[in-house]
Structures are given as C-alpha cells and as structure tokens.
Design a protein around this ligand. Structure first.
Ligand SMILES: [Zn+2]
Length: 170
C-alpha cells in the first residue's frame, strides 16, 4: 500500500487545517525535528504549533521526545512522523465518513419524512403524526417529502468513497 501524497495532505488538512499540512511538509522524511525550528519557519507561536501537534497526536501521527535546554532551563520537543500510522489514518477517515453516510442512508430509506413548507422542521412520519402533521414552530401543515434525490446523492457519495478506498488499497 502506497498512499499518494495528495491523500495524505488532504488528511492532514482535515485533521489540523492548512497549517497542519505545512507542519506535515516540514516533518516529512526527517527525524527529531526541533519544534522551535518549525514554529519559526511557519511564523507561528510555539503554542499555536503545539495545538496543531496535539491534533496530530490524537491520531498518533507522530512521536515526540522532550529534551531539557540546559541554558534556558525549559523543555524542547522533537517530532518524528509515524508513516505507517499516517497511511492507516488516511484509510480510516474515508471509512469513517462512509459509515456515517451509510447510517444516514439507512435512516432515509427506512422512513417517510415530512417537511414544513417554511423549512422549520423535517420529521419522520411517526413524529409528524404525533403533532397532527403541524409544524411546532410556525403552525403550517407539513408536506410529505420525496427524499429520492437525497438518497441518490448519498448513494453516489458512498460510491465515490468506495472508489477512493479501492485506489488507496492498491
Ligand atoms: Zn414551520
């Protein structure tokens, strides 16, 4: 499995925003990178950098070691990316998205939905019946909704994610 850089950077962006991608690029193919060097290159504070690193750590995307600066007396962190875990995370995030949409799709298929003409509420038929098909926000009568388009969109999205997964596992 060789995950394309494009997908890896996409994942870092999802996890930690555009600055996350920049941090990734500075760490790539290096070992024990001094946090002060990264912060300086990106013109961000150490705290801003640590916030980004914290997001990486939630996914174990890197390891860190800490050394005491003898002169200044404070600790400096050194970071090394964890490539295997990065690859796994790229795939895992796609799977997570897919499973969320699959759940939503099941719900769309399992229920008839009712919609307020003013778009205040959207309810399953069971809930709409309890309120005599009246919108509890504006009092309008709810309309039965045709959710075929929503279902189609979700199915397309699942197909796209499936294709992506296949490409990633080549
Ligand atoms: Zn309403």
């Amino acid at each position: 499995m060789k995950i394309p850089v494009k997908n890896i950077e996409e994942t870092f962006e999802e996890i930690a925003g555009p600055e996350g991608v920049q941090v990734y690029r500075l760490l790539k193919n290096k070992e024990d990178v001094n946090e002060f060097n990264i912060a300086e290159k990106l013109k961000i504070t150490i705290n801003q950098l640590r916030n980004i690193i914290y997001k990486f750590e939630k996914y174990n995307l890197l390891t860190s070691i800490r050394k005491k600066d003898r002169k200044k007396g404070w600790y400096i962190y050194f970071f090394t990316l964890n490539p295997k875990q990065i690859d796994d995370t790229v795939v895992q995030l796609v799977r997570d998205k897919m499973s969320i949409i699959e759940k939503q799709l099941d719900r769309e298929k399992a229920h008839q939905f009712y919609l307020c003409p003013n778009r205040c509420v959207r309810q399953t038929i069971e809930n709409a019946m309890e309120n005599q098909f009246m919108c509890h926000e504006c009092g309008s009568l709810l309309d039965a909704e045709n959710n075929d388009k929503t279902i189609n969109k979700m199915q397309k999205r699942i197909e796209e994610l499936n294709i992506k997964l296949k490409e990633l596992s080549k």
